[in-house]
Design a protein. Sequence first.
Length: 249
Amino acid sequence: MPGANPPLLVARDVSVAYGKVEAVHGVSIAVDEGAIVAVIGPNGAGKTTLLAAIMGLLPCRGRVEYGGTSLDRVGAEERVARGLTLVPERRELFASMSVEDNLSLGAFYRARRGARDLKAMREEVYARFPRLADRRAQLAGTLSGGERQMLALGRALMGKPRVLMLDEPSLGLAPLIVREIFAIVRTLSSAGVSVLLVEQNARAALDVADRGYVLETGDLVLEGDARALVENPRVAATYLGTGATQAAS
């Protein structure tokens, strides 16, 4: 149950700079085990940069802790091996490889460490995403946008992550597919996977999340229970397209 134990993933006072320009300023967030946490905000707010820092892809000031242990000296590959997985905004699939081969690459670190359940994991992914099962021999580059997002999620799940970080999973998808993707995210949480979700689609993100954070120009400006954020006049007016009159009064 989210909140019953210490957070599984914590970013404490994290700042990230590109040269002399600081893109994230002292941001602190926490992800409880089994929880869905959404980070919303406009384009350029620093959301993707924050994920990259947590994943170890960008240097940062501050502290990232996972399972109560500092990740300061842990590289990105080892973070993946420990159960942190990032699905990037561009999905970064291997277009000239089949669906099944892309899934197999998602289990690379586990295979290298001698995991014997890779076939069973692949069948679990196919059960969760039946369309991928139908297209297992198809080249990833020929899939629709929604199917590519499903494959990116499925590939991440092959690594058996404890924390799944999703960068703009709804980007470029039709509303019906967006609802399907977020329904899948909810089932992942029910299965015990913690989810850190970065989204410009604030309504979809807060509808599925337990807790939310609002990032603007690199600063954390609001945080709290996701339902409370939906009802917050500032969030409603700025990100949900409602409550503008109330927010201005």
